[in-house]
Ligand binder design. Structure first.
Ligand code: ADE
Ligand code: ZN
Length: 339
């Protein structure tokens, strides 16, 4: 006898079929626990904690510390390519047609001083994925908030000289709470990146308050802001985001797991959206934080009662806010219109 699929799976299938992009995810967040355990064993390195608690993080500082350990194990081109390929597969599984992927070279200790080789290895994985019909992915190369102004300018100069076709943007991530106010420190690096034609995306308003979002706009020339959720604490910053139509790449599950908000009900994604801010949904660090793109849409739909029109608006922003080539954006928007 034919059994109809459970309603949840139908709802999931519809969200999977929603044409969308991902604009805020880190390669650093794509390690599966089994893979890390096997790489650690091969290297004769102890896990920092038992494998079943490997991803039990005590907030952002602990999480960033773990990234250094995990990324340190990815010490061959094949491993980088494997991670990159798996990310594109993850996009396909979630019905995304494109992504901007953040990579922060400071975490990948085996690749210090070898940025061109590192980019080529990631590019090989993404190229192989595209060859296999998986979604295209471009890279946003990231500074760390705790770096010096000098190191930041050096990285930008290197990116500008390399002009790697896979690299579309300069990014900055890391712990703003640990670094203090650093907008002025990175203004020169971001100015140079913009002048050289790179897009600019800035983590702010996660471990900083609304003042971090203001600095991202006024000092770093952000085309897009990663998180940005704590802008909600200052109506003037919200108004500025609305005026300038600067999109936020919001990651609700990440904010819950890393303790920015205690529950989805208290998360400001819906209030920002209702205030006219352009918002998209993203996974941040999908494997490490246990998030999936379809899951983010589904959880928000359930928590905030989002209609199909709201979901379509989120997906449209994700595509429009992406740094995909214009023709690819158009194609995705057309597919969205048919959803
Ligand atoms: N790097 C990877 N994930 C991050 C996050 N959520 N905040 C800051 N830096 C990060
Ligand atoms: Zn992030």
């Amino acid at each position: 006898m034919h059994t109809p699929p459970a309603p949840t799976s139908t709802a999931q299938d519809r969200l999977r079929a929603l044409p969308k992009a991902e604009v805020h995810a880190h390669l650093e967040g794509c390690f599966e626990p089994g893979l890390l355990a096997s790489w650690a064993q091969q290297a004769g390195v102890a896990l920092p904690r038992p494998v079943d608690q490997l991803f039990a993080f005590q907030g952002l500082a602990d999480f960033l510390h773990f990234l250094d350990w995990a990324c340190g194990l990815a010490n061959t081109p094949e491993r980088l390519a494997q991670l990159a390929y798996a990310y594109s597969q993850r996009l396909a599984d979630n019905g995304a047609g494109y992504a901007d992927l953040i990579v922060n070279p400071s975490h990948w200790t085996a690749w210090q001083g070898r940025l061109p080789a590192m980019l080529d290895a990631i590019d090989a994985g993404l190229g192989a994925a595209e060859q296999d019909g998986l979604p295209p992915v471009n890279l946003c190369i990231s500074l760390l908030r705790t770096q010096s102004a000098h190191a930041a300018v050096q990285l930008v100069e290197q990116l500008v000289a390399l002009r790697h076709p896979r690299v579309v943007a300069l990014s900055i991530d890391g712990n703003e709470a640990a670094a203090g106010r650093t907008g002025p420190r990175f203004a020169d690096a971001f100015q140079r990146a913009g002048a050289a034609g790179l897009k600019r995306t800035v983590h702010a308003g996660e471990s900083s308050g609304p003042e971090g979002v203001r600095d991202a706009i006024l000092l770093l020339g952000a085309d897009r802001i990663d998180h940005g959720v704590r802008a909600i604490e200052d109506p003037a910053v919200v108004a500025r985001l609305v005026d300038r139509q600067i999109p936020l790449g919001i990651c609700p599950s990440s904010n819950l797991v890393l303790g920015v908000y205690p529950s989805l009900a208290e998360h400001p994604v819906d209030r920002l959206y209702r205030a006219g801010v352009r918002v998209s949904l993203n996974t941040d660090d999908p494997s490490l934080l246990g998030a999936s793109l379809v899951g983010e849409y589904q959880r928000c739909q359930a928590a905030f009662g989002w209609t199909d029109a709201d979901l379509r608006a989120m997906a449209r922003t994700s595509i429009e806010a992406s740094f995909a080539p214009p023709a690819m954006r158009q194609q995705l928007l057309q597919a969205l219109a048919a959803w």
